[in-house]
Each structure stands twice: as structure tokens, then as C-alpha cells.
Design a protein around this ligand. Sequence first.
Ligand SMILES: [Zn+2]
Ligand SMILES: [Zn+2]
Length: 258
Amino acid sequence: MDARQAAFRAEYQQKISPRYSGWLHGAWIAGAGLGYIGVVLAQVDRGGWAWLSFAVAFAVANLGEWALHRYVLHRRIPALSALWHRHTVEHHHYFTQDCMTVDSHREYRIIFFPPYAVLGIAAIHLLLGALWSLPFGRDAMWIWMAGGMSHYLLYEILHTAAHLPEHPLLRRLPAVNTMRRNHWIHHHHALMSTWNMNLTVPLADWLFGSSDLDCGLWRTLGNGYRMDRLRPEVRDALPDSAFPPSAAGRGRDTAARS
Ligand SMILES: [Zn+2]
Ligand SMILES: [Zn+2]
């Protein structure tokens, strides 16, 4: 990591409250999200075809994640500039292609959504589920709500996994390995506004042509760490086309920390 990133990190860490705990933050999101899913699924009467609502809600949430990331988090819209600042200015300067990882649970402060966000996601899927219930009934509403919240929890898990240090398990786990490489590409400043806007599974990226990979849907979803399917324009913009980043890059990390 270069001196600029190291200075940004040091300054940001000083602003985190001494009472902040990344474990508590994560436990709140997991507890509230899983509690919500448990409560709504307990209301399901028969299920049947209504279980398809889970996949529909998941796909809609995937498109929503892509659109929010592309059009709000990476564009400065005056009324929503706080979201842009937190993501493009803070998150993308704290984590760059040279250093994507955390050293302490206190740094989860800059990875997780703020604690109130899970309540907003719960309300959004209550509303969408209610609309979905108009043609498809109450079971479809409860299952939609579970699908939408599951997508959010998966987002938090995979985005956090993308910022953990390299580990053989992370390299082998499907979806986790794909997102770790995808998100490393996204964290290059020259590429962040255009490529790899999904943080769960790259479904919308593939659909709208913003995946950095030039291949079909199944290969895009299961790409793992492979770097031989890059679009030429992405390959040309990469200073280092090996993933995980080279030992030289990790050497720079160590030098900057010491
Ligand atoms: Zn990130
Ligand atoms: Zn981003």
C-alpha cells in the first residue's frame, strides 16, 4: 500500500469510536436479519408454488444492488451524496487493489452497512412483498420478504469475505472465490465506476455487460480466481493481472505498515 492509502487508513481509524465493535455490529445485522427471516417464514401456510417468490425476490434484490452501486454509490447525487461519500471516497480509498484487507474487527466499520440499514432493507421488502401478494397471495409475500433479506445477508457475508486476507478456504469456496476476484477488480480506481457492480453473485453484471469477464453466465458465476477470461479493455487497464496480487504487492503492504 502506498503512503497516501496508509495515511488515509490511519486518519479514518482515529475517527472510529473507541466503543465500536465490529463483532457487535455483525451480530446485530445477523441477529436482526435472521430474526426477520424466521418470523416471516413462520407465517407461511402452505407454500407450494409461492416458494418461487424466494428466487424472484433474490433476483430483484440483485438488480437493485447493481443499480444502487452503479447509479448512487459511484455518482454524486446531491440529495444522496452521503452514500457516495461513504462508498467512493471512504471505502474505495481505504481499500485499493494494493491492499484490500483488514487487520482488525474495528475495520468492519467501513465494510458493513450502517446498523440502521437492516431496518430499511426489512421495510423495503415488506413493501415489495405486499405488492407481490396482490396477484400471488400472502404466502408469496412472506417468502418474498425472506428472499430479499437473505440476499442482503449474503451481500454482507460476501463483501466482508472479499476484504479478508488470503486463505485456502476462501480460495476454494464457490461464490466466495468468484466475488473476491471480482471485487478486487472493482477496487481499482480506474475500473470502479464501470466494472463488477454486483457484490453477491454477478447476475446483473452479466446481464448488463458490466462483468469484467468475457464469457457466458455459468462461467461468470463460477469463475473463481481465473484471470484468463478478462475483457481486453479490462486487461489493458490492469497494472498487475495476477490474482491474488503478487508477492511484490504484499511486500509493499508490509513495508508501509512497519
Ligand atoms: Zn469493497
Ligand atoms: Zn464500489
